[in-house]
Design a protein around this ligand. Structure first.
Ligand code: KIV
Length: 282
């Protein structure tokens, strides 16, 4: 039985802070699920940390569905949230409905996430009234990176801070069951968290959100070329993987791997028969 939106809302009432993580494949999903993490997001960060794009814009709905299926196969109790990619929900609430339906019917997701505040409220309302659980995402919204002028904190000026607060209230009012606050100043995120009934899920938004979400590749040290300010490495998997690949390469070249222990045996008589059938050419 998977975690439900009702349980996620109850965490807030019970002041139970929780962690959420992204995952894109079956192995990672299994680990995250076994850690008891209630929400796995198949984020469009997929584009940057798995597919090698510069930002999330090129990610397609088919990409998200493909990876959501893997994450669903790897998990049993976590709620799996599929991230709606760029331009798969902006054109109309009907387009959003079609995209969300595909994530759920073909991908197996229990909920979808979309970026945007007040402007997306009618879309969120259309989805939730159709029975689709929606996680909203405000503050720094990476799909708008070109319009925002880069990956930077949102809500520092009075106008921006009021906008972020209004966005948060609008997505709650529209029926979102939770809202991601990305790179919002900590004190503002804290205030929003106090004003909302739905859980705030912070990333780069300080310690007072109801929950925290991170990109799994960042916290595991799997991506080393760039470390965002809002993350922390809890492991150094890329360093360990590099060491292992170097050692494997050296052992194959030096004929110390594979050994008999890694090999299969054959009856000597069978081998003699094969040698006799194919004698060495002189
Ligand atoms: O795509 C993603 O991974 C996200 C999280 C950073 C919230 O949107």
């Amino acid at each position: 039985m998977r975690i439900t939106t009702a349980q996620i809302r109850k965490y807030k009432q019970d002041k139970k802070r929780f962690a959420a993580l992204t995952a894109y494949d079956v192995v990672t999903a299994r680990l995250v699920d076994q850690a008891g993490i209630p929400i796995i997001l198949v984020g469009d960060s997929l584009g940057m940390v798995v597919l090698g794009y510069e930002n999330t814009i090129p990610v397609t709905l088919d990409d998200i569905i493909h990876h959501t299926r893997a994450v669903v196969r790897g998990s049993e109790t976590s709620m799996v949230v599929a991230d709606l990619p760029f331009m798969t929900y902006h054109k109309s609430p009907e387009q959003a409905l079609d995209s969300a339906a595909r994530c759920m019917q073909q991908g197996g997701a229990q909920a979808v996430k979309l970026e945007g505040g007040r402007v997306m409220a009618p879309t969120i309302r259309r989805l939730t009234e159709s029975g689709i659980a929606v996680m909203a995402h405000i503050g720094l919204t990476p799909q708008s990176v070109n319009q925002l002028g880069g990956f930077k904190a949102q809500g520092k000026t009075k106008v921006q801070a009021l906008t972020v607060m209004e966005d948060a209230l609008a997505v709650q009012e529209a029926g979102a069951f939770s809202v991601v606050l990305e790179c919002v100043p900590a004190a503002l995120a804290s205030l929003i968290t106090k004003r909302l009934q739905i859980p705030t899920i912070g990333i780069g938004s300080g310690p007072d959100c109801d929950a925290e979400i991170q990109v799994v590749s960042d916290i595991l040290g799997w991506i080393t070329d760039f470390q965002p300010k809002h993350t922390k490495r809890f492991a150094h998997l890329a360093d360990q993987a590099k060491q292992a690949i170097d050692q494997y390469t050296a052992e194959v070249g030096g004929r110390t791997f594979p050994t008999q222990d890694n090999s299969f045996s054959i009856d000597e008589e069978v081998l003699r028969d094969v040698e006799a059938a194919f004698p060495a050419q002189v």
